[in-house]
Design a protein around this ligand. Structure first.
Ligand code: 5GP
Ligand code: ZN
Length: 113
């Protein structure tokens, strides 16, 4: 998608601090961290949000989920972490490219605000 900021980040047209990359996903530090560790996991394929996930995306998203524990371990999150995807207006999604926030190194609040 031409004007999508996370597509541009995944394609290295916009710089970011990379954490992990493979053919399917790109992981980078959030610009405005909400925890001592806060990275974003995106699919390289443009998917607008959880609402836009299709049957064809099962392999990519299954892969993404299986990689979470390895990404968390590489960031030292042995005491746990939170994985969040904000969707749509009420979910307070601000970037319309599906992404998962991986947050750690502090106790998370529940319920979230
Ligand atoms: P959302 O609000 O859509 O759930 O999350 C979007 C996230 O992207 C926010 O946490 C925000 O700080 C982060 N973000 C927005 N623009 C950029 C950027 O250009 N670079 C990086 N690294 N993070 C960004
Ligand atoms: Zn995109």
């Amino acid at each position: 998608m031409n004007d999508c900021i996370f597509c541009k980040i995944a394609e290295k047209e916009i710089p970011s601090e990379a954490v992990y990359e493979d053919d399917v996903i790109y992981v980078f530090h959030d610009l405005n961290p909400q925890a001592p560790v806060h990275v974003l996991i995106v699919t390289k394929k443009h998917i607008a949000s959880l609402d836009a996930v299709e049957f064809d995306d099962i392999d990519a998203l299954g892969w993404l989920i299986t990689k979470v524990k390895d990404i968390a371990a590489s960031l030292g999150l042995e005491n746990g972490y939170r994985l969040v995807s904000n969707c749509g207006e009420d979910g307070m999604q601000t970037v319309p490219h599906l992404h998962f926030h991986l947050l750690g190194k502090r106790k998370m609040l529940w319920p979230p605000g």
